[in-house]
Design a protein around this ligand. Structure first.
Ligand code: CO
Length: 154
């Protein structure tokens, strides 16, 4: 059991869903505004600034973040690579749900936030391939969609 835990650690360095949510949110803010502030992150994740500050210290200690004096927080290169990957994972899952004819934003957000942390890299690669395959071969997928009850319209 100990060996397995060690192995899983190596597979993904960011281990908790909570940390992943932070890094994804900080990456999104960085993309949108060029930087992320504690208050922006707190708004985005619906949590208190005190909780954010606490996690920021941990993320900084683990080498994901640099704290800059004026512009707020900046991801390190390792943090950027992780943020980019986490956002890509989120977006692939969104696209998959859209292919299932689920169009309601609140359902998509709820479901993706719920499941995204639990996909292994290998499973996600396969899902990415499936989404691309559906995009390139829409006819068989349309046939499938006709077999399932229509999703409730927004
Ligand atoms: Co997400």
């Amino acid at each position: 059991m100990h060996i397995l835990a060690e192995k899983e650690k190596r597979v993904r360095e960011v281990s908790t869903p909570n940390q992943e949510d932070y890094l994804e949110a900080i990456w999104r803010l960085t993309q949108e505004k060029g930087y992320a502030r504690v208050s922006d992150i707190a708004d985005r994740l619906h949590i208190s600034q005190a909780s954010v500050s606490k996690m920021i210290r941990k993320l900084k200690a683990d080498g994901w973040l640099d704290v800059e004096r004026y512009r707020g927080l900046a991801l390190t290169p390792k943090g950027m690579a992780e943020g980019r990957q986490l956002l890509a994972r989120h977006q692939i899952l969104e696209r998959f749900l859209l292919h299932l004819a689920i169009h309601e934003g609140s359902i998509i957000d709820h479901d993706v936030e719920g499941i995204e942390h639990y996909f292994s890299v290998e499973t996600l690669d396969r899902l990415t391939a499936l989404v691309a395959f559906i995009d390139q071969n829409p006819l068989w997928w349309d046939k499938f969609l006709q077999k399932i009850p229509p999703a409730s319209k927004p």
